[in-house]
Unconditional design. Structure first.
Length: 87
């Protein structure tokens, strides 16, 4: 039977918590870029930056963090449920 455990339980928990924080942070920053927050959108000379593209990239990175949250959740499940059966 193949082992699906890649990381240990402590590493999976830590990674999952940090990924949740990263997802929330990037989602909020993406919303701020898309809404046109002046402190984020204005460049050094007052020229508006491409806020929509930056917001889109923040959303893409947030989705990557969400995938990592799911992967770490699967690893926590594998460590809690499957590890006792594999030993």
């Amino acid at each position: 039977m193949p082992s699906f455990i890649v990381v240990g339980p402590a590493c999976a928990t830590c990674c999952q918590l940090l990924s949740i924080a990263g997802f929330i942070f990037l989602a909020v920053i993406g919303m701020l870029f898309r809404s046109g927050a002046d402190t984020l959108v204005l460049g050094h000379e007052g020229v508006p930056a491409n806020a929509d593209a930056m917001g889109k990239h923040c959303y893409i990175a947030a989705i990557m963090y969400l995938i990592l949250v799911m992967f770490c959740g699967c690893q926590r499940y594998a460590n809690n449920r499957l590890a006792p059966r594999l030993s």
